[in-house]
Design a protein around this ligand. Structure first.
Ligand code: NAD
Length: 364
């Protein structure tokens, strides 16, 4: 029976990456029924100015699984990120970003094998913000100053950072479950509890309590700045990292840099019964439509999706085919060549062709 999957092409480089990924997924022989849905600024006009229309959310609720390309978030202004909006609307609280070295990737590091787990719904990404100079910001500043707080300068914009016991408990439990199901040995909680005692301090305390209930997996904790240094010095000492939203976003890009860059970093967002798979990188608008960028992060997100729908054999075969193409070093995009101007670099769709050939099943 075909798997029904929502396909969100996204914008910028999204459509060409999702198309290449659709082809390699079908190249495994697994059957899919794609439910294509559109979100982002391109479809705002036809949806009463809404970049994330309700029918898209409903479609994902129906299939329970989506493969998504990146979507542009214009900087500043009143436009909230569709990517963050999707995760919040569907309560996809757990983001998994595996960072694994493949032989043949050019990087200062080899043998990196880290799983970054990021809380997706709280923290400074909660979207509770007050613009500088507005009556709301003034009122909030008055309230803060009336309750013992002191702002260095009153002409401030304010973003609120909520970290809850409930949100922390479920992401840390998710991290331990993930570690157990995937045969991982250790969970490290990442925080800044020495400075933010009532948010990160809470996060650390709850993480320690959850760890005490999961003693079959090793646990430790690191302050986020020290974590960044340790990752580049001794990555082999770490395994699964569990982070609040903002640190998770930043540390996952650091880890992506260790395994060959954003073109190699996949991801998945998980809720109770829904999952959306998308790469770590964004829509790289300057490369849109050029058949140039690396589709492997999107494809490896597809591998994660195959595992989620329990097509483990196809997932293993697709991952091996991707690894073979990387090892061969021929049919890879510019970012994986020794120099960025290498004339032998191939385009996005040619990478898909090479992977399909390795899979041994030709599809049109
Ligand atoms: P970006 O990840 O889109 O691109 C940064 C640079 O990384 C690119 O210029 C390119 O050099 C490189 N890069 C990215 N993907 C690559 C690939 N597949 N192959 C080769 N090189 C690649 O980051 P940005 O420029 O900060 O963001 C662009 C837009 O994407 C913004 O609107 C941002 O909000 C959005 N964004 C979306 C998501 C998402 O959809 N989940 C995630 C991050 C950023």
């Amino acid at each position: 029976m075909a798997h029904r999957v929502t396909l969100i092409p996204g914008d910028g480089i999204g459509p060409e990456l999702t198309e290449a990924t659709r082809r390699v997924l079908e190249g495994t022989g697994v059957e899919f029924e794609w439910d294509v849905q559109y979100a982002g600024t391109d479809v705002m006009d036809e949806n009463d100015g809404d970049p994330l229309p309700e029918h898209v959310l409903e479609a994902i609720r129906q299939t329970g699984v989506a493969l998504k390309g990146p979507i542009t978030t214009p900087v500043g202004g009143g436009f909230r990120s569709v990517n963050v909006g999707l995760r919040k609307a569907l309560d996809l609280y757990g983001q998994v970003r595996p960072c694994k070295s493949y032989e043949g990737v050019r990087s200062r590091f080899d043998d990196v094998d880290l799983i970054l787990i990021r809380e997706n719904t709280e923290d400074l990404y909660a979207g509770i913000e007050y613009e500088q100079g507005t009556p709301e910001a003034e009122e909030l500043i008055d309230w803060i100053e009336g309750h013992g707080g002191k702002l260095r300068h009153r002409d401030a914009g304010i973003s609120i950072k909520p970290l809850s016991v409930t949100g922390t408990r479920r992401i840390v439990e998710f991290a331990f479950d993930y570690a157990r199901r995937n045969g991982r040995r250790k969970v490290t909680a990442v925080h800044k509890a020495n400075i933010m005692k009532f948010t990160d301090g809470l996060y650390l305390r709850v993480a320690q309590a959850v760890a005490a209930e999961n003693t079959d997996i090793e646990f430790d904790e690191r302050i986020v700045d020290n974590m960044c240094m340790q990752l580049v010095q001794r990555p082999e000492e770490y395994d699964v990292l569990v982070c609040p939203n903002l640190y998770g976003d930043i540390v996952s890009d650091l880890c992506a840099g260790m395994i060959g860059g954003l073109g190699m970093a996949p991801g998945g967002n998980f809720g109770e019964s829904i999952a959306i798979f998308e790469p770590t990188h964004g829509s790289a608008p300057k490369y849109a439509g050029q058949n140039k960028v690396n589709p492997m992060a999107q494809m490896l997100s597809g591998v994660m999706m195959l595992r989620y729908i329990e097509e483990n054999d196809a997932a293993d075969r697709l991952e091996s085919a991707i690894a073979d193409v990387i090892r061969d070093g021929q049919s890879v995009t510019y970012d994986m060549k020794p120099s960025r101007n290498d004339p032998t670099a191939v385009g996005t769709s040619e990478v898909a062709d090479a992977i399909i050939e390795k899979l041994g099943v030709r599809v049109a």
